[in-house]
Design a protein around this ligand. Structure first.
Ligand SMILES: Cc1cc2nc3c(=O)[nH]c(=O)nc-3n(C[C@H](O)[C@H](O)[C@H](O)COP(=O)(O)OP(=O)(O)OC[C@H]3O[C@@H](n4cnc5c(N)ncnc54)[C@H](O)[C@@H]3O)c2cc1C
Length: 258
């Protein structure tokens, strides 16, 4: 293992944070239990005082087909998984296009688009050297209790990459805000939409410093350039308080605040 300085104002998708030392884990290293693991930082809001951080290195960016199974290292970026699936005509990964991050981040968040979620196609995950079948892991809408660091995951190979589905899903994304963000800030509460609630309490388009509840999609917290952690946190807390007051609904962050 070795240490690398990562500037989160550049690395994170929401472009907030500072230069921070991150421990890079390589194959064969004992994974520390007192550090927070990050992936591609597409779902993170890094505070000025984050916990000690670590990241899986390039040893965990492998993809291998064997015995009807595709095994992928969890540091693998989603874009490369989609390109690989297309090249080898493998079905199921189309929804990962335009869903920025690594396989590990997808598994931890059970990331997805519409009815497509990573756990739908997952066979098993390697956690702390032990392979667990997906049904051994409690999971649901935007959560999975992995219980540790996922290092590799397996998927049954089904042939038939669906280019039409890929195009439809990419089209769906075209109405998302173009500014820096971490995707949806809140999970959708049961039977409702976080974006609708944020709009209903009058926060759509509201700005604090360079951070704003997007005018395009109210559940996206966007950074116009110099947005700070404090600005972002202020808007998140404001939305939580207002939605609770007016609708009695407790919004839960999808974005991970460190
Ligand atoms: C423009 C935009 C659009 C987005 N649209 C969507 C969308 O439609 N649907 C959706 O679901 N998400 C969406 N997201 C959020 C994001 O793409 C996903 O949550 C993605 O899976 C995050 O991956 P990451 O590698 O960046 O994880 P990070 O943000 O780095 O981490 C997220 C969480 O995963 C954990 N984690 C990472 N790797 C591992 C591992 N190997 N083992 C255990 N835990 C791990 C981290 O500890 C953290 O809790 C969007 C984000 C952006 C910026």
């Amino acid at each position: 293992m070795f240490t690398k300085t990562i500037d989160f104002s550049k690395y994170s998708s929401i472009k907030i944070g500072q230069a921070t030392k991150v421990l890079i884990i390589e194959e064969g290293d004992t994974i520390p239990t007192d550090r927070y693991l990050i992936g591609g930082a597409n779902n993170l809001l890094v505070s000025p005082t984050p916990p000690p951080l670590m990241m899986l290195g390039k040893d965990f960016t492998t993809m291998e087909q064997r015995g009807g199974m595709l095994t992928i290292g969890t540091a693998m970026p989603t874009g490369r998984i989609v390109s690989y699936a297309k090249k080898y005509d493998i079905a199921g990964f189309e929804f990962c296009a335009k869903l920025p991050g690594t396989l590990g981040g997808m598994l931890a968040m059970n990331a997805g688009v519409k009815e497509y979620e990573i756990f739908n196609i997952l066979h098993s995950v390697e956690i702390a050297g032990k392979w667990l079948l997906k049904d051994e892991i409690e999971h649901g809408y935007r959560f999975a209790k992995l219980g540790g660091i996922a290092t590799r995951a397996r998927f049954k190979i089904i042939n038939g990459f669906d280019q039409e589905l890929l195009d439809t899903l990419i089209n769906l994304r075209s109405n998302q805000p173009k500014e820096a963000s971490a995707g949806s800030a809140f999970k959708n509460p049961d039977g409702d939409y976080a974006g609708r609630l944020i709009e209903a309490v009058g926060l759509k388009g509201i700005r604090e410093g360079d951070m704003q509840w997007s005018e395009v999609h109210a559940n996206f917290l966007v950074n116009h350039g110099e947005g700070s952690f404090e600005d972002a946190k202020h808007l998140i807390d404001l939305a939580k308080v207002k939605v609770l007051e007016e609708f009695g609904i407790e919004l839960k962050e999808e974005i991970q605040i460190l």
